[in-house]
Write a protein that binds this ligand. Structure first.
Ligand SMILES: [Ca+2]
Length: 420
């Protein structure tokens, strides 16, 4: 479980590192179609797509590309809910296909009308984020899927996607994964799917967490001939079976998720939803409360204090310094006066409660102001190797009252090779 979260954090860092040098290609300003923009894109580029309808079958074969929808065509500010970029798959096989590429993001699109809506094949470090996938079509033979991972893909993250109305005579899945490794299905909402919510076959390392499965014809999660598969903190409602071929995970609930209006495809949570603050307890929503289940969190309007604590590397070398950047932002409209401190956890999970880590400092921030600091921690010669350490920067009242936090995991190594 810890490995999964760590692998995800690593990928996020890799991706943001490459996108900082990005060239932006804008559709339709620079090229009339998404595919033409992609054909001209080089590794590191971001293809931004304005609101509008694009009847295309998009294929991405270039690595280190971000394809992003949901831009205001006038200002190029991004808000997929306000400025939807629709991709209509022409009733054909794939609407969007990532093939033989690595480090690709597809985010913020509304995709429908293909047999498979968003797919990666033979691809690595792929992120499908914040897409709305619906009304797939049955073509050629009976099956249809919203999200597909296939042909020895690895390190795929599917998060914050809304998937609905994926139905056919038989074999319609929300997420279909085959012959692939290390796939993270996190914080998605799936509603009205003909057969399985998530189906995996001949896979390893499948993690299914914090999702809502509602009105699913067969299984919420089904694993066939797969190893190292786990589920946790998922909500199941109106499913025939919650699990097949996988053990129930911690934190699962069987309850009505209380969507605002599923009939109108509004999958926001009502105030009384049991999915609120019921996701992974180690993770936070943008409002600083515990993570909700599903793609759309319920904003509880908590003080908007944001913390980021990001290491320069995922490996700390014994006898050297380990650099970490800290950022605390007071996004609220009140002055912030609080303690801040770093809690270091040993691979055993035990808190390392000694100086200098467990030594709070006081911060005072006016509304809109930020504290930013680079820390270099010395890694002592006697630091035990093996397992995952974690470090968390916390803001609140030392030591127990936390209003915002951010952390990461890392390994300690002697010679540059991580010791697991
Ligand atoms: Ca929450």
């Amino acid at each position: 479980m810890k490995r999964s979260v760590w692998a995800l954090a690593g990928m996020v860092m890799i991706f943001s590192a490459s996108s900082t040098v990005a060239r932006e290609i804008r559709i339709p300003d620079d090229y009339p179609t998404i595919q033409e923009g992609l054909d001209r894109a080089e590794p590191g580029d971001v293809v931004q797509v304005a609101a509008g309808e694009y009847a295309e079958n998009v294929v991405i074969t270039t690595s280190e590309i971000a394809l992003q929808g949901g831009f205001n065509p006038e200002t190029w500010e991004r808000s997929p809910a306000e400025f939807p970029s629709y991709i209509d798959g022409n009733g054909d096989w794939n609407a969007v296909l990532v093939e033989g590429a690595h480090s690709v993001e597809v985010s913020g699109f509304d995709i429908s009308h293909a047999k498979q809506l968003l797919k990666c094949a033979g691809s690595h470090e792929i992120r499908f984020l914040e897409n709305v996938l619906h009304d797939s079509v049955r073509q050629y033979n009976g099956y249809t899927h919203a999200l597909v991972v296939a042909d020895e893909s690895s390190n795929v993250v599917m998060s914050r996607n809304q998937v609905y109305d994926i139905v056919s005579a038989y074999n319609s899945e929300g997420v279909w994964i085959t012959n692939s490794d290390d796939v993270f299905v996190m914080n998605n909402t799936l509603h009205n799917v003909g057969r399985d919510g998530v189906f995996a076959r001949y896979c390893s390392g499948i993690s299914v967490r914090n999702n809502i499965f509602s009105d699913i014809g067969e299984s919420g999660i089904q694993m066939v001939a797969s190893s190292d598969a786990s589920g946790a903190y998922n909500c199941f409602y109106g499913v025939r079976l919650r699990y097949e071929g996988i053990a129930p995970g911690p934190g699962d609930i069987a309850a009505n998720p209380s969507f605002v209006n599923a009939g109108e495809k509004d999958f926001h949570l009502r105030e009384d939803s049991p999915c609120i603050d019921a996701g992974d307890p180690d993770m936070k929503d943008p409002d600083s409360t515990r993570l909700d289940m599903g793609a759309l969190y319920f904003d509880q309007g908590m003080p908007a204090v944001q913390v980021e604590f990001v290491p320069e590397s995922d490996v700390a070398y014994v006898g050297e310094s380990f650099g970490v950047d800290a950022l605390i932002v007071n996004g609220s409209d009140e002055p912030l006066a609080a303690d801040s401190w770093v809690d270091l956890y040993l691979p055993t999970g035990e808190l390392y409660a000694s100086r200098p880590f467990h030594d709070p400092w006081r911060i005072m921030l006016e509304p809109g102001f930020a504290f930013e600091e680079h820390f270099d921690f010395d890694v002592p010669g006697d630091t035990p190797l093996g397992g995952y350490y974690s470090a968390v920067l916390r803001v609140g009242t030392f030591p127990d009252d936390v209003i915002a936090e951010s952390g990461f995991e890392f390994v300690v190594s002697l010679n540059g090779r991580p010791e697991f």
